[in-house]
Design a protein around this ligand. Structure first.
Ligand code: PRT
Ligand code: MG
Length: 212
């Protein structure tokens, strides 16, 4: 039996065609079902539904053999115990620095002012500003980062942007790209050895589907 950890929403939706390429279809819809363990048409493959940021943890400890997680999530997790063989090029977006319209970010950086930055992505933000030599006070949030500059909690945010509509709706502008983000296949290192005959064909099919 192999267990694949996915989050519902965009990752589940964008993974479905890859699973179908491997002849795997999920027998329940995670958006409507309350089940957390979903059977598939293959009796030796099951899917578990977890929070996006918990996927690496399930795979690290071997509670799932494989999982799919964003680069953002993998950086914050640290990647311990995970083999990351394949960029699936799904759930793409960009990690950006954004500020309130009218806030002179370049000037703040140039003048050496200490910046207050609110984010869910503490490690990514710390490394980014350290590499620029910018002093920041990081404020950890768990969501709705876009609100922070509007109510004076922070000068800037570090967040994911895809269409840009959320920034626009909140009078914010992106001022710097930190990195492009997509989701990767992660595999438990022990499972890869012990269940190679089940995992290897899946890895090859995914690989061909992504890079035809
Ligand atoms: O929602 P939840 O708190 O459970 O967890 P999550 O937000 O981590 O999960 P989910 O399913 O929303 O995202 C899973 C993965 O999708 C992330 O880890 C990213 O790698 C990837 N991804 C791709 C995104 C986006 N695009 C994205 N746009 N994750 C989040 N967003 C959010 C962003 O944080 C911002 O609030 O969407 C908003 C901006 O979208 P636009 O289109 O308005 O720019
Ligand atoms: Mg979300």
């Amino acid at each position: 039996m192999i267990t694949l950890a996915l989050s519902k929403g965009r990752i589940f939706e964008e993974t479905t065609p890859l699973l179908e390429a491997a002849g795997i279809s999920c027998l329940d819809n995670p958006e409507t079902s309350r089940k957390l363990i979903l059977p598939t048409n293959r009796e030796n493959v099951r899917i578990i539904i977890v929070r996006a940021s918990d996927v690496p943890t399930y795979v690290q400890y071997g509670a799932a053999d494989l999982g799919i997680a964003g680069r953002d999530v993998l950086i914050e997790h640290g990647g311990t115990g995970l083999y990351q063989p394949l960029d699936l090029k799904i759930a793409k977006c960009r990690m950006m620095v954004a500020v309130r319209k009218g806030f002179d970010y370049d000037n703040a950086v140039r003048s050496g002012a200490r910046l207050r930055v609110a984010t869910k992505y503490i490690r990514t933000a710390r490394e980014h500003f350290a590499s620029k030599g910018v002093h920041v006070d990081l404020i950890k949030l768990y969501g709705s980062m876009e609100l922070a500059p509007l109510v004076g909690l922070s000068d800037a945010i570090v967040d994911l942007v895809s269409s840009g509509n959320t920034l626009k709706a909140n009078n914010l502008i992106a001022v710097e790209e930190i990195m492009p983000i997509s989701s990767r296949l992660v595999i438990n290192q022990a499972a890869l050895k012990l269940k190679r005959e089940l995992i290897q064909p899946l890895l090859e099919t995914f690989s061909k589907a992504v890079n035809p």
